[in-house]
Ligand binder design. Sequence first.
Ligand SMILES: *Cc1c(COP(=O)(O)O)cnc(C)c1O
Length: 419
Amino acid sequence: MDKLALHGGTPVLGSGKGKFEWPVIGTGIRNAVASQLATTLSIRDRSGIFQEFEERFAGYHGRRYALLSNSGTSAIMAMYEGVEIGPGDRIVAPAYGFHASVSPAVYLGADVAFCDIDEQGGMSVDHLVSQLDENTRAVIITHLWGLPTVDAYKIGDECGKRGIYLFEDCSHAHGARLDGIRVGGIGNAAAWSLQGQKLVSGGEGGILLTDNEELFERALLQGHYNRRTRDEISQSSHLWKYHETGLGLKLRAHPLAIAIALEQFGHLDDFLDQKNRFARLMLDGLSEYDFFRLPDVNGMMPSWYAFPLRFAGDAGRYVKRDDLVRALHAEGLSEVDIPSATNTMAGLPLFRDPQRVLGRRYAFDRPSGQDISFPVARRYADEVIKMPIWALGQDENIMRAYVDGFRKVADHLARSGIL
Ligand SMILES: *Cc1c(COP(=O)(O)O)cnc(C)c1O
């Protein structure tokens, strides 16, 4: 058995060789930027690169309305504003995730209830039902790491029965599919981040899709004024008279960002094919180790924003997750990581005690968030490790080295029980 690099053996990957860079800036992006520079740097209506992106993105998902914005967080806020979420309303979100799925609703004055997750990291319908009450206006699900939420359709049914909106945060999941349907086409509205690390990236940016006209018009009015609102809010709408001012914010995207994102979007299906081929190497290469719990991709095509695996079982009792990650890093697998910003959320100060920092009139006066624990989310947070899945064929050697490095460390652990 090869000696672990941790113990002075030769690393699988030389130092600096296992880095993940995203987006990969090539001639496509450079040309897209140059061409946009020669056109315009500010688009006040829905024309040019904005129109092209919105039409293509909506078409790809079979949705009627699209609205670009300056960030994914803004696009998420626009969903909440779109149905007038505010004080007195309650939203339900998964207990594990990234705060920006939720924080815009808190900013608008809503109360947040969290809901435990399933073993894959998505919201669990079994836990959801007990969290729905008469004040619940919306549920948000996040397709974590690009794995579609397994219960998404069941969650949609439960929401539909009660007249509750279902929103999807697809920021990890561009192009991912569940039962053949692309995520973002399941709920009443969906939002994607186009931020630097995301699979379709403009550096910064976001987009919302919906089929709901009223939701779209309010979302538009929240972050836009003048031209776009005048052109796109129907004159018969009760919102029309606000077209000159909007609702007070300006959340418009930057054309250069959208030019980059459009170029990237053109490659999305190729990225997805390649990522799924590479993810298969990981799934096949690690399936024999019972202390790794791998994603179950049955019935789905993930986008693999990251590849999550859980370090569990007997080995986990003797070897700490930190030590495993240290051994992998020593092998040159420098991108292997224990998530920190994406984590259990209920304990975050903004969610525990929003009244303290936001001078809104909250209808709910909870002492400290929900006083319930989320055992599945807690265990998930304690066990999960993630790494990138590369999106270009040229990176096959790196991907194979990651599989080899994982197997080297795992073989050692399986045979000796220690690292
Ligand atoms: C990145 C991200 C966001 C926020 O998007 P920004 O474009 O950075 O504002 C929201 N939710 C999830 C799950 C994300 O990964």
